[in-house]
Ligand binder design. Sequence first.
Ligand SMILES: Nc1ncnc2c1ncn2[C@@H]1O[C@H](COP(=O)(O)OP(=O)(O)OP(=O)(O)O)[C@@H](O)[C@H]1O
Ligand SMILES: [Mg+2]
Length: 367
Amino acid sequence: MKAVSLQHITKSYDNKHEVLQDISVTIEPGEFFVLVGPSGCGKSTMLRMIAGLETITSGQLLIGEKVANDLPPVKRELSMVFQNYALYPHLSVAQNISFGLHAKKMNKKEINTRIEQVAATLQLTPYLQRKPRELSGGQRQRVALARAIVSEAPICLMDEPLSNLDAKLRTHMRAEIKKLQRQLGITMIYVTHDQVEAMTMGDRIMILHNGEIQQIGRPIDIYNYPANPFVATFIGAPPMNIAQATVTKQQLIIEDTWQLPYHLPSKLPNVKIGIRPEHIYPPDTIQQGFATTILVENVEMLGTETIIQFTIGTATWYAKWQGQWAISSGQSLVITLPYDALYIYHTETGELLKKASITTQGGVADV
Ligand SMILES: Nc1ncnc2c1ncn2[C@@H]1O[C@H](COP(=O)(O)OP(=O)(O)OP(=O)(O)O)[C@@H](O)[C@H]1O
Ligand SMILES: [Mg+2]
């Protein structure tokens, strides 16, 4: 197991504008580290720099104890699953999986055992003799995954390895990859734009936006204490509700519409407030809160929960209620916002000024 440490790393493709700015993070040995952010934020660039496939413009990359900025890719002892998983078209699935092992001069019996094991885990056993062109996109993606996993390199880099799978297989593979990573004890750096994958797989996650780190932390801490409105609306579905608010001595006036009796220990005239959809409650369910009537714009009944959409000023908001509620679009509905569920952010800098003091309903449970 090895640590991977990035120190003040930047990247520019054109020597004019930086696609990654001052990236500093240490990924611990044996950690499952997820890099998440919207399309174009620099995730693949960062992974390719760690792999040695892209030059580092400035800053230092350490793999283990060694400075690796100029280390050739083959000397970095890592395996990688690319976003556009490149398979050898003239080789069978089994040969594609074992390609790197032959190069390492491993004996045949050991190679076959490894192929069989990984093929079973990734549900590829029936396809081992086929060529890549005879596979679906999802099957090809799993061959690329298998090739990285059999190498048992101490560091594994994966770039959106599950993007072509259907929802059920994706959920299954999430768990399999996590299990394999733990069994092999490898350091994993995993790129995705899917916040659910990030939340469920990562020991820690890094959220990237426009080439800048927004927050690094354990998924649940990031969910409970998002550092800025970008993170708040990126992690969680539906996203955290955000609105503009004016601060007076005793009141918080949200979107010039709702007047909440609220004392904010801050001298700012304007702030952004946030509240998670699950913290907006049906009437008469909480003690300390602001009750108001909204006009329902859309309702989604998901079986286990009901999602209610409405507008406040210029903002679209969602409430998420447990269970099934017979609510229809166009009707009026009373909702309650608990005061202790409000997040307060600086309007300009986005800095978190006040955390919500409730997390989930009843807080994080102990067992
Ligand atoms: N070879 C290149 N030359 C010039 N610009 C590039 C190159 N590769 C990527 N970029 C630019 O760098 C930025 C980051 O790209 P990158 O591929 O790292 O994003 P990403 O986060 O992986 O996005 P996605 O989720 O869509 O895969 C983008 O603006 C992209 O257009
Ligand atoms: Mg990418």
